[in-house]
Every structure is written in C-alpha cells, then in structure tokens.
Design a protein around this ligand. Structure first.
Ligand code: SF4
Length: 165
C-alpha cells in the first residue's frame, strides 16, 4: 500500500463530484496545499474564472485583502471557499498584528474551515470531501453568497484551539 492510499480511501467515500480548485497561496499553508495536490485528487482550475472552490492557504494581510476579494469576485456562481489553516481562519499566530486580517471570512463567505497550523494535507482533502458531500445535498447548500458556513470554525468558536498544530 502506498503512502497516499489512505488519502485515496477517504476521497473514495461519498459522492464523486469534481470541484475545480484555485489556491490563493499566501504563506506556509500553501506548501501543505501543494502536498495535498501531489495526491492527484485536487482538480486545479486555470484561474478564478474556472474555479468552483477558492482555497485560502496562508496569512491574509489587510494589504492583500482587496486582491483576495477580487479573486473571489472573478469566480462564477455557485462558488465555494475553503479557509485553510489558522491564519486564514482567524489570523492564527499573528492575530494581534496590526496588519493581519482576523480571518478571511471578514472579506468573503467561507464554507469550510480547515483547522491547524499548518493543517496536514489530509485535512485539506477531508475539507474538500466535506464540501463535495455538502454540495450534493441541496438543502445544505448556501442559497446565496454570504449565508452561514457549511462547516464552522473548529469548536464552534475561535480561540486557542486555532493555534494548535
Ligand atoms: S496557519 Fe501556520 S502554517 Fe499556515 S500560514 Fe499560518 S503560520 Fe503558516
């Protein structure tokens, strides 16, 4: 059994839905995104205009916030967002920095939060699987942009758990 077989096993559960993904890699979490991509289980979009899912992997700063918002605005509906890692979820280790956005959900609606600093690649793949499962259940899908997330922050509220590896 190869090292990636458990990952494939997870992704083989549930409905088969190919969601094309565009990664906004802003810091170290982007390396974990690349590691997840090596599984061959992450269909890549050529750009935000082709993407179903925007993954925000890394630290969002207030300076970068307008660019992140523009990428989201370039996506066609229906569109989904995965916030990957503590920084994107809440600011992470830099939550008290004057320049760091305290969660990408202050800019765009987030459907799935992947906890960790950094999350393991399997955690992102699990988040993608969660999203794929939810979007095939029409009642669970956000009717319009800006509604409640499909999978909330770990523990329901933000706190020290966001900083745990
Ligand atoms: S959550 Fe941790 S690993 Fe991810 S970008 Fe922030 S500091 Fe880096």
């Amino acid at each position: 059994m190869s090292a990636l077989d458990p990952v494939r096993l997870v992704l083989d559960w549930g409905p088969r839905l190919r969601l094309s993904v565009f990664d906004v890699g802003l810091a170290c979490c982007a390396v974990e995104f690349v590691a997840a991509s090596m599984s061959g289980q992450v269909p890549h979009a050529g750009g935000p205009g082709d993407a179903d899912v925007l993954v925000i992997s890394g630290t969002v700063t207030d300076k970068l916030a307008p660019a992140v918002r523009r990428l989201y605005d370039a996506m066609p509906e229906p569109r989904y967002v995965i916030s990957m890692g503590s920084c994107a979820n809440s600011g992470g280790p830099y939550w008290d920095s004057y320049s760091v956005t305290k969660g990408v959900d202050q800019l765009i609606p987030v459907d799935v939060y992947v906890p960790g600093c950094p999350p393991r690649p399997e955690a992102l793949l699990h988040g993608l699987q969660q999203l794929a499962s939810r979007v095939t259940q029409p009642a669970a899908v956000r009717p319009v942009t800006g509604s409640a997330p499909l999978v909330g922050p770990p523990g329901g509220v933000r706190g020290p758990q966001d900083l745990r590896p």
